[in-house]
Design a protein. Structure first.
Length: 218
């Protein structure tokens, strides 16, 4: 089984299981919020292929500052923006990229994951999946905003998330409820975006094999 099919099937399996257990009213609220976000046009405002990737410097869980331009000096970079350690879909995605990491490394590419969470939550994500690539804290979504990815979690979802035991203000260190839509970019050594994937439906993610193909095409 390929990483691509396993990621797609795991995402679908989790969604099917959740939908089978959640109250219908909860499901309808979540579906409507996703539909509203899709119709907002946020994806049209996100950075596309051919754009220059904004440089940034963000801390890893140890406080070490990681700068995109410094990474690009060593080759292409795969940027993965995810919602948070609390998101099961993000966990499945990040784990899939860890599984594919040797293939990215053979192509000379580096993988970097970015979320708006405080460093402690980034550390939890890194340790949970024994990640061998950096997990950076974009507190305040400063970088995600530069990439056109930021939205405010719909007010109808905020109490639902709390009911699930998800305290986004505690994870992110503010009460803005701002999150990035999940997105994956391949940035070449010149800083140009060569592959771009962003989706307002958080249950869908870029397949590692597609991203690998984009890296191979550089």
């Amino acid at each position: 089984m390929t990483t691509q099919s396993s990621l797609a099937s795991q995402l679908k399996d989790f969604q099917t299981g959740f939908l089978g257990q959640a109250p219908q009213e909860t499901v309808e609220t979540m579906v409507k919020a996703t539909s509203d976000l899709e119709q907002s046009g946020i994806i049209n405002n996100s950075l596309q292929v051919g754009a220059q990737a904004p440089d940034f410097e963000l801390p890893d869980p140890t406080g070490k500052q990681i700068k995109l331009s410094a990474l690009l000096a060593n080759g292409p970079v795969v940027l993965n923006f995810y919602r948070g350690e609390w998101c099961p879909y993000c966990n499945l995605e990040i784990r899939a990229y860890q599984q594919s990491l040797p293939e990215f490394q053979r192509l000379g590419a580096q993988v970097v994951a970015i979320s708006p969470e405080l460093p402690d939550s980034s550390l939890t994500m890194q340790e949970k999946h024994a990640l061998s690539f950096p997990v950076l804290s974009d507190v305040g979504n400063r970088v995600a905003r530069d990439y056109g990815l930021v939205f405010t979690l719909d007010a109808s979802l905020q109490p639902l998330y709390k009911g699930f035991g998800i305290d986004i203000p505690a994870h992110n260190g503010d009460d803005s409820y701002e999150l990035p839509v999940p997105a994956t970019y391949v940035v070449d050594s010149m800083g140009t975006i060569r592959y771009a994937y962003a989706n307002a439906d958080y249950t869908l993610r870029a397949e590692p094999t597609e991203v690998l193909a984009a890296v191979k095409a550089l």
